[in-house]
Structure formats: structure tokens, C-alpha cells
Design a protein around this ligand. Structure first.
Ligand SMILES: [Zn+2]
Length: 243
């Protein structure tokens, strides 16, 4: 009996260290046939444009839109947004994004925001989730059933560009599945030499700019910010398209 328990304990330990060591290396398998999700994205944009409380993200001088989901170069390998580099938010989210941009202008006039994503249809969310469903990394991608905060137009994925229009180094790229992709694993990664002090400082700077405008950072992703607590958004806001 003790031998069995001992064995189980060993398996438990082995699994734990396995999960820890391999998580940073995980890259979802790319599809054999990459797809363009055009009708779904166009249907969603049409629904968004009908909404008086949603707006297109534009007119912010220190913000550049470069959405990887509107290309094939993202973790799913599909062109989820049909190549359409147009971003939309609920006007409450948009207001906070403007505040953040003003704040950035004051503190780092030569920096710009790079917007990786904003409002997102639940159909697109399903494409993202499918790429990781059933893997230990599925917790990185919200299930459409629960509703991503992006679907309410109240979340953004942002990074920073420096004075040379280069990405400010955050140690890991947007949409990394590593355990230290967000604040949660930063201390450990710093101790293990996986992140430098500068990279953590850069993340802190982005977080502080966003925090000053009321954005709440997701602890597992340095780039993701909600415009209010997730539960209150789910209770107060609606999605442009029913899912
Ligand atoms: Zn996000």
C-alpha cells in the first residue's frame, strides 16, 4: 500500500515538474490548411456598426493598430479577422484607451501604443479556443461559453513601441503561453534568469500607464487589460452578436 502511495506521489511530482518545464516551450500545432474567417468577421463588423454604443478605434495619434489575428501570423495559424485591420471597442473602453494614450504622451512622448486586439467576436474566440482546447494551456484562452471580455468591447491587448518604432522588450511576445507571460510568474522568472530587470520594468511601465486610466491587467498576460472588473462587465454590457 505504501509503495503504491509512494509511486503515486512520485508520478504527481514528475507531472508537476513536467508541466512547469514544458509550459514555456508550448506552441500550438499550425493547421495544415490555414483559413480566412471572412464571413464571420464581416458579419460581426456589420453588427458592431449597428451599435450606437460601440466605436471604431481611430484618431489616437500615439496608437498603431497591428492585429496579429488579422494575419496568418498568430498562434492559431488562421487569419481570424480576414485581414481586416479595423479595431472596435465599446465607447466606455474607448474612453479609457484615450485616457491611457494621453497619459503615455505625457510620460513618454516618443512612445506609442501598439494595439494587438480590441473587441472580438465570439466566433473568433471559438477559433482561438479550438487551437488550445484539451491542452494544459487552454486556461490561457477564455471559452466562448463564458464570454471573453474582448467580446464586450471592454478589453484591449496592447504593447509599446519606442522612439524607433521597435517593440519595447517585455521578455515574451504577445500571446506567449509561458508561465511568466504575465505578472503572476514574473518574480520566479526573474530569479531563474528568464526575465531581466529591464523587461520587468518595461512591463511595470505599461501596467502603470494603463492602471492610471482604470484598466485592470490580467495576471497571466502582460498585454491584456480589462476596462473594469470582468464580472461587472459581463453583468452590465452585451455582445453585438448573440452566440
Ligand atoms: Zn486579451
Amino acid at each position: 500500500m505504501f509503495r503504491i502511495i509512494g509511486k503515486l506521489f512520485f508520478v504527481f511530482l514528475a507531472f508537476n515538474s513536467f508541466a512547469q518545464d514544458t509550459l514555456p516551450l508550448f506552441v500550438p500545432v499550425k493547421p495544415e490548411k490555414p483559413l480566412m474567417f471572412c464571413s464571420a468577421q464581416k458579419e460581426w463588423i456589420a453588427a458592431v456598426e449597428q451599435r450606437e454604443d460601440w466605436v471604431e478605434v481611430k484618431g489616437i495619434s500615439n496608437l498603431v493598430i497591428q492585429m496579429p489575428y488579422a494575419t496568418f501570423d498568430n498562434f492559431t495559424g488562421h487569419n481570424v479577422y480576414c485581414g481586416i485591420q479595423r479595431a472596435f471597442l465599446h465607447k466606455d473602453g474607448m474612453q479609457k484607451l484615450r485616457w491611457a494614450a494621453n497619459s503615455l504622451k505625457k510620460q513618454e512622448p516618443n512612445y506609442k501604443f501598439i494595439l494587438f486586439d480590441a473587441g472580438r467576436s465570439n466566433q473568433a474566440q471559438e477559433v482561438l479556443r479550438t487551437a488550445v482546447r484539451g491542452t494544459p494551456w487552454q486556461h490561457f484562452v477564455s471559452s466562448p461559453a463564458r464570454g471573453s471580455i474582448h467580446a464586450y468591447g471592454m478589453a484591449v491587448d496592447v504593447g509599446l513601441l519606442n522612439e524607433n518604432n521597435e517593440l519595447v522588450d517585455m521578455g515574451l511576445p504577445f500571446d506567449s503561453f509561458a508561465f511568466y507571460a504575465g505578472k503572476k510568474g514574473e518574480q520566479q522568472a526573474l530569479e531563474q534568469g528568464l526575465l531581466t530587470e529591464t523587461q520587468v520594468k518595461n512591463r511595470e511601465f505599461l501596467r502603470s500607464i494603463m492602471r492610471q486610466s482604470g484598466w485592470i491587467n490580467l495576471p497571466s498576460e502582460w498585454w491584456h487589460f480589462n476596462a473594469a472588473p470582468a464580472d461587472s462587465i459581463r453583468a452590465k454590457y452585451t455582445q453585438p452578436l448573440p452566440f
